[in-house]
Design a protein around this ligand. Structure first.
Ligand code: FBP
Length: 253
């Protein structure tokens, strides 16, 4: 039996994603958000369930277990990733960090992106299967970013394909799947239903108005997802902590 940490025993979850420096480059950042320390402060003061870092940022910025203070925001290490400079139609994000390395950095969970439908899907499902095996042997949960992409996926926002992707996460043993918002509450309900006992969180996407973003948060909760794993909408906001407070009232109410 897998002994999952507090991340999945919580009924609801709010994660602060900060792997965009690899995925999109520093153009996503301003003078404040380019500093991982700023994100750690938002994560801790905002009471997020975890921050999500790649290995390099975790190594240099996340306090080692030895120095972890109580109140420190938990860490999820994203194990694979890629840049957006390679414009291949069929993306592949290689494994860059092992579960054991992530644990050594203090991770309480691990993340992995699968580009569902990509020509390289089988490489990613195989790598993720190994990640699930290792993570569950160590008793930590896995979060699968299930992003339909590639030549075989004419519309990555097609709700049926997003539901297929969430089901694939269940089949592969993911504890949580992270999906992009499929356009409506009804569509998201189908995604949640397809995921079965695997829980669903929704990504934030590019920054929108505060009203639009919070409205999405409400629909996410109403559809039965456990919460969100959001980055840009929080740390690109002029007052991240005030927006976080409003989002938490929606998600944890
Ligand atoms: P955002 O809330 O900023 O959209 O972050 C969610 C996320 O999944 C990140 O973890 C990741 O870096 C990014 O989106 C990838 O987005 P895409 O593949 O669409 O460029």
């Amino acid at each position: 039996m897998v002994d999952l940490s507090a991340i999945t025993t919580n009924v609801k979850a709010l994660f602060l994603a900060y792997d965009q420096g690899m995925e999109h480059g520093p153009s996503d950042f301003n003078d404040e958000s380019i500093d991982p320390q700023y994100i750690l402060e938002i994560g801790a003061k905002g009471g997020f369930n975890a921050v999500i870092f790649q290995k390099g940022i975790a190594e240099k910025y996340y306090p080692s277990t030895r120095f972890t203070r109580s109140g420190q925001v938990p860490l999820i290490v994203k194990l694979n990733g890629k840049t957006n400079l390679v414009k291949d139609k069929d993306p592949y994000a290689p494994l860059l960090c092992t579960v054991e390395e992530a644990l050594g950095l203090g991770a309480k969970g691990v993340g992995y992106t699968i580009y569902v439908g990509s020509e390289f899907e089988s490489s990613m499902t195989r790598e993720f299967a190994d990640v699930v095996r290792s993570a569950h042997a160590k008793g930590i949960p896995t979060i699968a970013w299930m992003y339909p992409r590639g030549r075989n996926v004419p519309n990555p926002k097609d709700p049926q394909i997003i539901a297929y992707a969430s089901r694939l996460g269940l089949e592969l043993g993911a504890d949580i799947v992270k999906v992009q918002y499929p356009g409506s509450k009804e569509n998201l309900q189908k995604v949640v239903e397809a995921a079965g006992k695997t829980r669903v969180v929704v990504s934030g996407g590019a920054k929108e108005s505060e009203e639009e973003f919070l409205a999405m948060g409400r629909l996410v909760v109403e559809a039965g997802a456990i919460g969100m794993a959001v980055g840009r909408n929080i740390w690109q906001h002029k007052n991240p902590l005030s927006l976080t407070k409003k989002l938490k009232e929606i998600i944890f109410s």
